[in-house]
Design a protein around this ligand. Structure first.
Ligand SMILES: Nc1ncnc2c1ncn2[C@@H]1O[C@H](COP(=O)(O)OP(=O)(O)OP(=O)(O)O)[C@@H](O)[C@H]1O
Ligand SMILES: [Mg+2]
Length: 417
C-alpha cells in the first residue's frame, strides 16, 4: 500500500492541510465545509473540553468561561515556548498546546482519508525569527519535534513561499520568472522561481528556486499598530502616573495589542499593580477599564474587533470600530488610518523583497509576474508598495488561504513517493 501523506500549513492565523485526491491534490475540509481552521485553541472551563478553530473562538466570544490561545506559531523560537499557562489550576506548556492543535489537524485528515497519516511535509516561513539563526533553527526543530510527538513518524520541511510557487505553477501555460509573495498573519515570505508546465514535471526543483527571503511582519502586526493608535489610548496608554508624571508602563499595552502575548497578561500581579496606581494616575477611569479588560479576559475580543476593522478597511473607505468596553465604545476609522498604521511595515516588506532579488541576482524589472497569496496581501497600501516596486510584473491574486497547503501536498508527493 502506498504511503499516506499530507502537506500541513500550520499558520499563525489559519491552518490548512493539502491531501492527494485521485491524480491531483485538494484541500482537506477541517471545520464543516471550510478548508481553513483558524489556529485557535480554547480551553472551555464550563464543559471541561478543548475546542479548536471557529468553534473555540465562538465559545470565547459568547462569553463561555475559559482560556483562548491564538497566534501560537509566533511562540516558536522565542522563550515563550518554555512558558506554561494556567489552564484550570494546571500549568500547560505552550509546546503541548501547539501539539494538541496539530493532533487535532492530524485526526481530521485521517478521518477524511480513512487511514493513518504518518508522512507530512510541514511548511515553514523563510524566517521564524529575524536576525537570529540559532533561534530560527530552534523554532524549526521545535515544530518537527511537536509533529513527531503527535505521531507523524516521517517529517519533512518546505518553505511556505516555495510551496505556494508549486501551487501557482499548476495554472501556467508558459514559462515565467515569478516573485511569490506570501503575506500571512505572522510573517511575510518571498521566493523567486522559474516556473513552467514542463518544469513542473521535474522531480528536483531546487535549481528553479533562485532566491528566497522572509521577515517577521504580518497581519497581526498591522492589528497591533491599529490597536496602539486607536484603542489603547482609551485604556490609558497615554496616562501619566504621580507628581512626576511618569508614563504608564507601555508593555501592558503592547502585549494587549499582540495576539500571542495576550494570555500572559491575565495575572493577579498585573491586576494588583494596576489597582495600586489607580489613585495616582491622571485618568483613573481608563485604568479601571484596563483592569476590567484583564479581569474579564477581554483582550482577544478587542483584538478580534480591531482585526475585523482592518479587514473592512481593506475593502471600504471607513468603518466603525467597536471596542467592547463597558459601556461599549465606537470609533470611526478611515482607510487613511490603515494606510498610516501599515506604512513602515510596508517599507520593511519591500526591503525583504529586495533581499530576495539580490539573493537571486535578479533586477526588479526582470520579474514577469507577482503571485500574491496570504490574507495580508489584501491590505491595499501593502499591495500598492509591493507592486510599485515591480514595474513590469503582472499581478496574479491566488487563493489567499489555500496555495501553501496545496503546494505542500505536491511537495509531499515528490518527497515521499
Ligand atoms: N480581506 C482582508 N484584508 C486584510 N487582511 C486580511 C484579510 N483577510 C485576512 N486578512 C489577514 O490575513 C492574516 C491571515 O492570513 P493567512 O491565513 O494567510 O496567515 P497564516 O498563513 O495563518 O500566517 P503565517 O503564514 O504568517 O503563519 C490575518 O492577519 C488576517 O487579519
Ligand atoms: Mg501562511
Amino acid at each position: 500500500m502506498s504511503k499516506q501523506f499530507c502537506g500541513l500549513d500550520f499558520g499563525t492565523s489559519n491552518s490548512t492541510v493539502g491531501i492527494p485526491v485521485g491524480n491531483g491534490f485538494a484541500m482537506c475540509p477541517l471545520e464543516g465545509e471550510s478548508v481553513t481552521l483558524p489556529s485557535a485553541v480554547f480551553f472551555d472551563y464550563e464543559e471541561h473540553k478543548v475546542r479548536f478553530g471557529r468553534e473555540g473562538i465562538g465559545a470565547y466570544i459568547e462569553g463561555t468561561e475559559g482560556r483562548l490561545l491564538r497566534a501560537l506559531k509566533s511562540v516558536l523560537g522565542s522563550n515563550l515556548i518554555e512558558e506554561t499557562t494556567l489552564i484550570e489550576r494546571k500549568r500547560v506548556a505552550m509546546r503541548d498546546i501547539i501539539g494538541m492543535f496539530m493532533r487535532h489537524l492530524k485526526s481530521l485528515v485521517e478521518r477524511k482519508v480513512g487511514r493513518p497519516v504518518e508522512h507530512v511535509v510541514l511548511g515553514r516561513p523563510v524566517r521564524f525569527v529575524d536576525d537570529d539563526d540559532a533561534a530560527d533553527a530552534r523554532a524549526e526543530a521545535e515544530l518537527i519535534a511537536i509533529a513527531r510527538a503527535q505521531g507523524f513518524a516521517h517529517v519533512e520541511m518546505q518553505f511556505e513561499p516555495v510551496a505556494a510557487a508549486l501551487a501557482y505553477e499548476q495554472s501556467l501555460e508558459c514559462e515565467e520568472l515569478a516573485l511569490i509573495v506570501d503575506l500571512g498573519g505572522g510573517t511575510s515570505d518571498f521566493a523567486i522561481a522559474r516556473l513552467s508546465p514542463e518544469r513542473a514535471r521535474l522531480n528536483d526543483r531546487s535549481g528553479d528556486i533562485l532566491g528566497r527571503s522572509g521577515v517577521h511582519i504580518g497581519g497581526t502586526d498591522f492589528d497591533r499598530r491599529l490597536s496602539i493608535n486607536h484603542v489603547m489610548p482609551m485604556l490609558g496608554y497615554d496616562a501619566l502616573i504621580g507628581p512626576k508624571k511618569l508614563p504608564m508602563p507601555s508593555h501592558f499595552y503592547h502585549d494587549l495589542a499582540t495576539w500571542h502575548r495576550i494570555p500572559m497578561l491575565y495575572t493577579p500581579q498585573n491586576i494588583n499593580y494596576l489597582r495600586s496606581i489607580l489613585h495616582q494616575v491622571d485618568h483613573p477611569e481608563m485604568i479601571e477599564q484596563l483592569i476590567a479588560v484583564f479581569a474579564e479576559r477581554k483582550g482577544h475580543r478587542i483584538a478580534a474587533e480591531v482585526e475585523a476593522a482592518k479587514i473592512a478597511l481593506s475593502e471600504q473607505p471607513e468603518v466603525a470600530l467597536r471596542v467592547p468596553l463597558e459601556p461599549p465604545r465606537e470609533k470611526i476609522l478611515h482607510r487613511g488610518d490603515l494606510d498610516h498604521a501599515v506604512y513602515d511595515d510596508g517599507m520593511r516588506i519591500v526591503h525583504a523583497i529586495d533581499m530576495c532579488l539580490s539573493a537571486a541576482g535578479i533586477a526588479a524589472t526582470k520579474i514577469q509576474s507577482v503571485f500574491l497569496t496570504g490574507g495580508s496581501t489584501a491590505v491595499p497600501e501593502i499591495r500598492r508598495q509591493i507592486l510599485a516596486h515591480l514595474p513590469n510584473a503582472r499581478p496574479v491574486t491566488g487563493d489567499l488561504f489555500g496555495s501553501v497547503g496545496l503546494g505542500l501536498a505536491m511537495d509531499a508527493a515528490r518527497k515521499f513517493s
